[in-house]
Design a protein around this ligand. Structure first.
Ligand code: ADP
Length: 177
């Protein structure tokens, strides 16, 4: 067993992940049911590098992860080159297109740009293990779950800030250099 002090100082993924209690909710996409316009609004109203994709807002069950850059490029391309893609077109990340009314515009399939197995840790994973995973796998972000429900996200910068707080040192001087 580790000495008692180590336990007292060790933090868990839940202590480092965003959002904090006072932050706005995690910005997620649902695997279907959102329109091109809604996805664009979400992406443009935030500066995050990526968005988890979930089955539904209610379930928060993780399906994958998409990068902001890929979303913007794909939607832009589809609007220019794909017949019938407009703001009210449904976006889907699921395998099959959701059923739609006959007069609906064609849906936009974005499954191809989604990472289907983003790295995840549970909320109770100790940060020393999480840091090890980041370093060994060269991760830039990692999702945090509890009982299969998506809770939050940890980026490399979040870890650097956390370590800097603990060590009270310049974030760039530790861990990843
Ligand atoms: P970085 O941490 O490198 O600046 P981001 O710009 O993606 O990367 O994230 C900025 C902050 O927002 C980080 O603290 C991160 O944990 C958080 N964050 C990242 N993605 C999301 C998201 N989809 N919803 C809510 N918060 C997020």
């Amino acid at each position: 067993l580790e000495p008692k002090e180590e336990f007292e100082h060790s933090s868990l993924a839940v202590d480092v992940m965003r959002p904090r209690r006072s932050d706005p909710a995690l910005a997620v996409l649902t695997q279907d049911g959102m329109t091109v316009g809604e996805v664009e609004t979400l992406v443009e109203s935030t500066h995050y590098s990526g968005f988890p994709v979930v089955v539904s807002q209610e379930s928060q069950r993780l399906v994958g992860f998409v990068f902001r850059r890929d979303l913007l490029i794909s939607i832009d391309n589809a609007r220019k080159r794909q017949e019938g893609i407009v703001s009210t077109s449904q976006v889907f990340f699921s395998e099959h297109a959701p059923s739609q009314p006959p007069d609906a515009p064609p849906p936009l399939r974005l499954r191809g740009i989604m990472d289907l197995s983003p790295f995840t840790v549970t909320d109770h994973t100790p940060m020393d293990i999480t840091v090890d995973i980041f370093r060994k796998l060269g991760l830039r972000q990692c999702l945090v779950t509890h009982n299969g429900r998506l809770l939050g996200i940890i980026t490399k910068k979040d870890i650097l800030k956390h370590m800097a707080q603990i060590a009270n040192r310049d974030p760039d001087s530790i861990l990843f250099n």
